[in-house]
Design a protein around this ligand. Structure first.
Ligand code: NAD
Ligand code: UDP
Length: 308
């Protein structure tokens, strides 16, 4: 197949492009390089089956493809809050442009949604049926509400125009090619530990997240796109749940060195807990994550050692 990947020069996008090429597909990658980097796809640029186009998904685009994956959107809180209006435009207009293209071409289109649609959840762990607890006017809203609106658009195009959608809700995923200055917790802790700096825990470190290694997630993407039982939404993530203090301690154990843990103020609306209920993915995709947090951190640390 010829497959379009928006946000293909980012962390997840570059792994997805690589995997799709490995499976024998041709890939068109579009990215405005806001948080993505050409370095992430440098090894693919010489491949005749791969094409990179620098383009902003807010502006319309035309491609002749058999499938679309929409990943374009900054994902780390400091990056998506840098220009919040642009973030929401990216989610909403980027989705409309992908859906319009999918409608015209009559092809399957995938949306990278997020566990953030559950906000600060009052149901734990979170099943797909949970509607969430999201602040519509806070600092995270540009991302959370942008992604929620994107889901609405996907389902309206599906109902109204029979567009063949797949919506996946991704829970915190980490791995090689995260940006050193990305600001998300796994990359922050690893980079701080490797530089001998103190690890910055926001709040008291009791808040939890569930961390999925990138290779597991991409396998889930492909299985979800290949099946015809459900259009989603489908949770993909690792149900192993850790406090930020546990993550900091594990990172220090694996990196070694003399860094200490320091505590900084907790950002507004920071969710207190998060764990995916992946019953649906287990049943329909026969999928579950294989890489433990310790193993995934080791692989990610090895990558950052070459960067910092
Ligand atoms: P990332 O920031 O590395 O990748 C996002 C990519 O989109 C970057 O390459 C960026 O340059 C590009 N982009 C941003 N705005 C754009 C625009 N207007 N036009 C074209 N390209 C644009 O982040 P990531 O972790 O790889 O996330 C990829 C997708 O997965 C995002 O949609 C994100 O919301 C979603 N997601 C990721 C996670 C995670 O834990 N990694 C969790 C939930 C959802
Ligand atoms: N966090 C932290 N130190 C950091 C970066 C983040 O303690 O240097 C915390 C953050 O407050 C949140 C958790 O780690 O509670 C996960 O943050 P991240 O930005 O990675 O993802 P998200 O909040 O979007 O799940």
């Amino acid at each position: 197949m010829r497959i379009l990947v928006t946000g293909g020069a980012g962390f997840l996008g570059s792994h997805l492009c690589e995997r799709l090429l490995k499976e024998g597909n041709e890939v068109d990658c579009i990215d405005n390089l806001f948080t993505g980097r050409k370095a992430n796809i440098e090894h693919l640029l010489g491949n005749p089956a791969f094409e990179f186009v620098r383009h902003d998904v807010i502006d319309p685009f035309k491609f002749e493809v058999d499938q679309i994956y929409n990943l374009a959107c900054p994902a780390s809180p400091p990056h998506y809050q840098y220009n919040p209006i642009k973030t929401i435009k990216t989610s909403v207009m980027g989705s409309i442009n992908c859906l319009g293209l999918a409608k015209r071409l009559r092809v399957r289109v995938f949306q990278a949604s997020t566990s953030e649609v559950y906000g600060d959840p009052q149901v734990h762990p979170q099943p797909e049926s949970y509607w969430g607890n999201v602040n519509p006017i806070g600092k995270r809203s540009c991302y959370d509400e942008g992604k929620r609106c994107a889901e609405t658009l996907f389902f309206d195009y599906h109902r109204e125009n029979k567009v063949d959608i797949r919506v996946v809700r991704i829970f915190n995923t980490y791995g090689p090619r995260m940006h050193e200055a990305d600001g998300r917790v796994v990359s922050n802790f690893i980079v701080q530990a490797l530089r001998g700096q103190d690890l910055t825990i926001y709040g008291d470190g009791s808040q939890t997240r569930s961390f999925c290694y990138v290779d597991d997630l991409i396998e889930g993407f492909l299985r979800f796109m290949a099946q015809t039982e459900t259009v989603g939404p489908m949770n993909l993530g690792n149900p192993g749940e850790f406090t930020m203090l546990q993550l900091a301690e594990l990172t220090l154990k694996l990196v070694g060195g003399k860094s200490k843990i320091v505590y900084k103020p907790l950002p507004a609306d920071d969710p207190k807990q998060r764990q995916p209920d992946i019953t649906l993915a287990r049943q329909l995709l026969k999928w579950e994550p294989k890489v433990s947090l310790e193993e995934g951190l080791k692989r990610t640390i090895a990558y950052f050692k070459t960067k910092v």
